[in-house]
Design a protein around this ligand. Structure first.
Ligand code: PEP
Ligand code: MG
Length: 869
C-alpha cells in the first residue's frame, strides 16, 4: 500500500484518504496555485498507528523518500545548519474539526540551523529566533504534552505590556533558553535537536491528537465517526513573521453570513500560523491589505475567483505572505449560515456555475427549519448579559421563574415565563412545557434541558456558565453585578445562545410569511421560493399533513400539503366533549351508550365538514379513535382521595370509582386503545364512520380515507372493515379503508393485512416504542442523554427513524404488503415524516408520501426533492 502522497499526486476527491486539508492542498497544487510543496501521510497510516500503537513498517522509509524529493525541490535539507529547510506538520481529517487537533510549525530548527535561517533571511536574526521560540513552544505543548501556560507566562514576563513583535533578537534568544529550561524541567530531557526526530515525533503527535479528549467530544457532538483517523500534512515552511512585508490571514470568497460577494477576511502583519485566530494582536480587515501590498492583494482576489469557479461554492482560505509573495496554505468549501446557504445556492445558479438541481442539494431541511423560527429584531437595542450554548433555536421572552411549579402556576395565569435552572431534570418537565423558553447555567447540547427542549421545539439556551443561579433565592446574577429576580423579564435567543435583560422585540420569520402566502420580496425569500419550486418539481414523494382542525388543515394547505395523512380523531374529544367520551366508556346499559354516541355524532360530523372544506378536494385520512384509555377517565388516585375525604359521596361517585378501577391499566399505551377499543365498545367506530360518510356527502369533492389504528392481526381489521363498508354503502359514499402499521406484528404479517387494507400508513411513533421497548412518553427525559453520551445511538430513535431496526420492519411491510396488493398506497404519519434523514429513508424504501405537522411540511418537501436528486 501507498501511505504517502505528494501534493501533486492527490485531488479533492480523496478526502477519505488524504483528509480535507490534504485533498484540497493537492487540488490547489494541480490548479497551479502557489502552494508550498509538501506531502500528505494518509488516514490509513493513522488508523494503523492508532490500532497497533506504532507506525506501519514501511512508513518511515516512505516519508524519508518524500522528504528527500522535497529537499531536492527546495534545494536545501531539513534543518541543514547553514541553509535549513523547515517544515510544518499539520493534522487534517476528512471532516473539518477546527482547532481540535494539532499543528507544529518551524520543524528543523535547532541551535545551529537558527543561524542558518537568519542568514537565509538576509541577516534577520530577530525573525530566526522568533521562529525558534515558536517551535519550542508549539512542540513542547503539543508533542511533549507540557502545559502551554508555562510558555505563555515566560513570554509575558519578557513582553510586559509590549506586543510580541516588539521583542528584539536578544530577548527572543534568551526566551529560547528559558523555553529549553522549561522543557528540561517538565520532561527530564533536552529539547530534541535532531530535525528528523522532531518531524517523526510531530507526526506521531498529530496521529495521537485524533484521540484527544476534546476531539472525541467534538466528534460525538458533530456525529463524526470515531474510526476515521486523521491525515498528516508535511509542508515546506513559508514565513509570515519575517517583518512588516509579511503576514498571515484568513478569507472567505463571499460573506458567510449573507452570501454577498466581496472581500471578507482578516489579516495580521508579521505573524505566523494561529496568530490570526488566537487574537494575540488586533487583525485588520482584509480590504486594507490592498493598501499595504497591492500586488499580493490583487493576486489573492484573482485566486479567490479561481477557487470559487473551480469549487463552484463559497470557499474559505488561509494564506501567508512572505516578503511580498503570496502563498496558499489551505482552502475548503466554507461553513455558512442557513440564510447564506439559500442565497449562495441561487447566486451560483445565476452565475451559471451550478444547476438548479445542484442548488437544491446545497441546502438542507434543517437550514430551512432554522429560517422558520421567529427571531429577535436585529435593529432593536439589547442588553446582553450572558452567552450560553444555542441548544434549541427560536426567540423567547418572558418572566424569569426558578421552579417548575412556579412556571406552571404563572403560565396558568396567562403569563409568559422563561424557566431558569442550574440544570433541569425529569421533575422539571411540567415547567418546561409551561415555559416559553428554558435557560440553564450548566450542561451541554446533550444535557437534559437541551434534549427535551429540542424534542418539544422549545427555545433553549443551556450552559450559560457566567450566570450564577440560585434556585433557593429565586434569582440569578450575571457578570457586571446584574441581578435578575423572579418576575423580571428576560429574552433568550436559542439560535445564538445569547441572553438579554428585558424584553427584546420578536419578529416573525419572513420565510414563514412567504409560506403563508406573502409575495417573496427580499433576496432570501426569493431564493427559498426558487429552491422550493424546484424541489417540488423533482420530488417523487407526496407530502401530507398531520392535522385535526380546520385551522391546521388550512395552514397545511398553504404550506403545500397535498392532503391530510393523519387526522387524530381523539383530539376532537378533548375539552368539554371529554365528558361525553367518559359517559360512553363508562356506560352501564345499551341505552346509556347509545345516548352518548348520539350526542357525539353530530359534533364529529361538523368537525369533518370543516376539514374537508379546508382541504378542497385533497385526500383526508381520518384515523378512528385511538386514545390510551386513561386520557379520558378521571385519575384513579384523585378520584379515590376525593371519595375517601368527601362528606357527601353519592352512589354515582362510587359507581364511577368502581368502573375506573375496573378499567385501570398498568400500561395504558399497551392497553385498551385503537382497534381494540373499537371492538370492545360497540357502536363507537360505526358512529365515527357514519359521521365521516355524512360529512363527505355534504362537501362536494371530499375524499375521505378511513384508517384503523393499532392493528396487529388481519382479523381485527376485517371485522371493522365489514361494518365500515356497510355504513358507507348505506350513506352512499366512497372511501378507502386502510390501516396504520404501528405494531411490529402488523409489519411482520403485512402480506395478510394487505388483503383487508387499501392503504398502509406507518405509525413510527408506536412502531419505535414497541420495537425498542422504549416508552415514548418517558424515556427521552429519563435516560436518553446518557445513551447519547455512550454512543448507543447518535440521535433519539423517536427523532430520526432507526433504519436498522424499525426501518427493517418498514421494508418488510412495504415488500409483503405490495406483494399482496400491488397498488397498495403507503405513507408514514409518525413524527419521522418531518425529519430530514427519515424522509430520505422513506424515499429509498418507495413510500408514496410522508405526513408531518404543518410547520414541517416545507422541510419535508425540500428533503423529498433532495432525496430524488
Ligand atoms: C404513531 O404511532 O406513529 C402515530 C402516528 O400515532 P400516534 O402518535 O397518535 O400514536
Ligand atoms: Mg400510534
Amino acid at each position: 500500500a501507498k501511505y504517502v502522497y505528494d501534493f501533486t499526486e492527490g485531488n479533492r476527491n480523496l478526502k477519505d484518504l488524504l483528509g480535507g486539508k490534504g485533498a484540497n492542498l493537492a487540488e490547489m497544487t494541480n490548479l497551479g496555485l502557489p502552494v508550498p510543496p509538501g506531502f500528505t501521510i494518509t488516514t490509513e497510516a493513522c488508523r494503523h498507528y492508532l490500532a497497533e500503537g506504532a507506525v506501519h513498517d514501511g512508513l518511515d522509509q516512505e516519508v524519508a523518500e518524500h522528504l528527500k524529493a522535497l529537499e531536492e525541490r527546495m534545494g536545501r535539507k531539513l534543518g541543514q545548519a547553514d541553509d535549513p529547510l523547515l517544515v510544518s506538520v499539520r493534522s487534517g481529517a476528512k471532516f473539518s474539526m477546527p482547532g481540535m487537533m494539532e499543528t507544529v510549525l518551524n520543524i528543523g530548527l535547532n541551535d545551529e540551523s537558527v543561524h542558518g535561517l537568519a542568514k537565509q533571511a538576509g541577516g534577520n536574526e530577530r525573525f530566526a529566533w522568533d521562529s525558534y521560540r515558536r517551535l519550542i513552544q508549539m512542540f513542547g505543548k503539543t508533542v511533549l504534552g507540557i502545559d502551554g501556560d508555562l510558555f505563555e507566562q515566560a513570554l509575558d514576563a519578557v513582553k510586559g505590556r509590549r506586543h510580541d513583535t516588539d521583542l528584539d533578537a536578544g530577548e527572543l534568544q534568551r526566551l529560547v533558553e528559558t523555553y529549553k529550561g522549561i522543557v528540561r524541567e517538565q520532561t527530564g530531557k533536552d529539547f530534541p535537536t535532531d530535525p528528523r526526530e522532531q518531524m517523526r515525533l510531530a507526526i506521531n503527535a498529530v496521529f495521537d491528537s485524533w484521540n484527544a479528549p476534546r476531539a472525541i467530544l467534538y466528534r460525538r457532538q458533530e456525529r463524526i465517526p470515531a474510526d476515521l483517523g486523521t491525515a498528516v500534512n508535511v509542508m515546506a515552511m513559508v514565513f509570515g513573521n519575517y517583518g512588516d512585508d509579511s503576514g498571515t490571514g484568513v478569507a472567505f470568497t463571499r460573506d458567510p453570513g449573507t452570501g454577498r460577494q466581496g472581500i471578507y477576511g482578516d489579516y495580521l502583519q508579521n505573524a505566523q500560523g494561529e496568530d490570526v485566530v488566537a487574537g494575540i494582536r488586533n487583525t485588520i480587515p482584509l480590504e486594507e491589505l490592498e493598501r499595504l501590498d497591492k500586488t499580493s492583494f490583487d493576486e489573492l482576489v484573482r485566486i479567490m475567483e479561481t477557487l470559487e469557479t473551480h469549487y463552484k461554492d463559497l470557499c474559505d482560505i488561509e494564506f501567508t505572505i512572505e516578503r511580498g509573495k503570496l502563498w496558499m496554505l489551505q482552502t475548503r468549501v466554507g461553513k455558512r449560515t442557513a440564510a447564506a446557504a439559500f442565497c449562495i445556492a441561487t447566486q451560483l445558479v445565476d452565475q451559471g456555475l451550478i444547476t438548479l438541481d445542484e442548488a437544491v442539494t446545497r441546502v438542507t431541511g434543517d437550514q430551512l427549519a432554522q429560517l422558520m423560527f421567529p427571531r429577535f429584531d436585529g435593529g432593536a437595542e439589547k442588553k446582553k448579559i450572558a452567552k450560553g450554548m444555542n441548544a434549541s433555536p427560536g426567540a423567547a421572552v418572558g418572566k424569569a421563574v426558578f421552579s417548575s411549579e412556579r412556571a406552571v402556576e404563572l403560565s396558568g395565569q396567562g403569563e409568559e415565563v422563561i424557566l431558569v435552572r442550574r440544570e433541569t431534570n425529569p421533575d422539571d418537565l411540567a415547567g418546561m412545557i409551561a415555559a416559553k423558553g428554558i435557560l440553564t447555567s450548566r450542561g451541554g447540547k446533550t444535557s437534559h434541558a437541551a434534549v427535551v427542549a429540542r424534542g418539544m421545539g422549545k427555545t433553549c439556551v443551556c450552559g450559560a456558565e457566567e450566570l450564577d443561579v440560585s434556585t433557593a433565592e429565586h434569582r440569578f446574577t450575571a457578570p457586571g453585578g446584574v441581578v435578575v429576580d423572579e418576575g423580571d423579564v428576560i429574552s433568550i435567543d436559542g439560535t445564538s445562545g445569547e441572553v438579554f435583560l428585558g424584553e427584546v422585540p420578536v419578529v416573525a420569520s419572513a420565510v414563514v410569511e412567504y409560506f403563508e402566502g406573502a409575495e417573496p420580496d427580499d433576496e432570501l425569500v426569493r431564493a427559498v421560493d426558487r429552491i422550493m419550486r424546484h424541489a417540488d418539481a423533482q420530488r417523487r414523494l407526496g407530502v401530507r399533513a398531520n392535522a385535526d382542525t380546520p385551522e391546521d388543515a388550512a395552514r397545511a394547505r398553504r404550506f403545500g400539503a397535498q392532503g391530510i395523512g393523519l387526522c387524530r380523531t381523539e383530539h376532537m374529544f378533548l375539552g368539554e366533549r371529554r365528558q361525553l367520551v367518559e359517559d360512553l366508556v363508562l356506560a352501564a346499559t345499551d341505552e346509556e351508550r347509545q345516548a352518548a354516541l348520539d350526542a357525539l355524532e353530530p359534533l364529529q360530523k361538523s368537525d369533518f365538514i370543516g376539514i374537508f372544506q379546508a382541504m378542497e378536494g385533497a385526500p383526508v385520512t381520518i384515523r378512528l379513535i385511538d386514545p390510551p384509555l386513561h386520557e379520558f377517565l378521571p385519575d384513579i388516585t384523585d378520584l379515590s382521595v376525593k371519595i375517601a375525604t368527601s362528606q357527601d359521596v353519592t352512589d354515582k361517585d362510587r359507581a364511577l370509582l368502581a368502573a375506573v378501577k375496573r378499567l385501570h391499566e398498568q400500561n395504558p399505551m399497551l392497553g385498551l386503545r385503537g382497534v381494540r377499543l373499537g371492538l370492545v365498545i360497540p357502536g363507537l367506530f360505526a358512529m365515527q364512520v357514519r359521521a365521516i360518510a355524512q360529512a363527505a356527502k355534504e362537501v362536494p369533492g371530499a375524499r375521505p380515507e378511513i384508517m384503523i389504528p393499532l392493528v396487529a392481526a388481519v382479523q381485527e381489521l376485517e371485522s371493522v372493515r365489514e361494518e365500515a363498508v356497510r355504513i358507507l354503502a348505506e350513506v352512499g359514499v366512497e372511501a378507502l379503508i386502510g390501516t396504520m402499521i404501528e405494531v411490529p406484528r402488523a409489519a411482520l404479517t403485512a402480506g395478510q393485512i394487505a388483503e383487508a387494507a387499501e392503504f398502509f400508513s406507518f405509525g413510527t411513533n408506536d412502531l419505535t416504542q414497541m420495537t425498542w421497548g422504549f416508552s415514548r412518553d418517558d424515556v427521552e427525559a429519563a435516560f436518553f442523554s446518557r445513551y447519547l453520551d455512550l454512543g448507543i445511538f447518535g440521535v433519539s430513535p423517536f427523532e430520526t427513524l432507526d433504519r436498522e431496526g424499525v426501518g427493517r420492519l418498514v421494508r418488510i411491510a412495504v415488500e409483503e404488503g405490495r406483494a399482496t396488493r400491488p397498488d397498495l398506497h403507503i405513507g408514514i404519519c409518525g413524527e419521522h415524516g418531518g425529519d430530514p434523514d427519515s424522509v430520505h429513508f422513506c424515499h429509498d424504501v418507495g413510500l408514496d408520501y410522508v405526513s408531518c405537522s404543518p410547520f414541517r411540511i416545507p422541510v419535508a418537501r425540500l428533503e423529498a426533492g433532495r432525496a430524488a436528486l
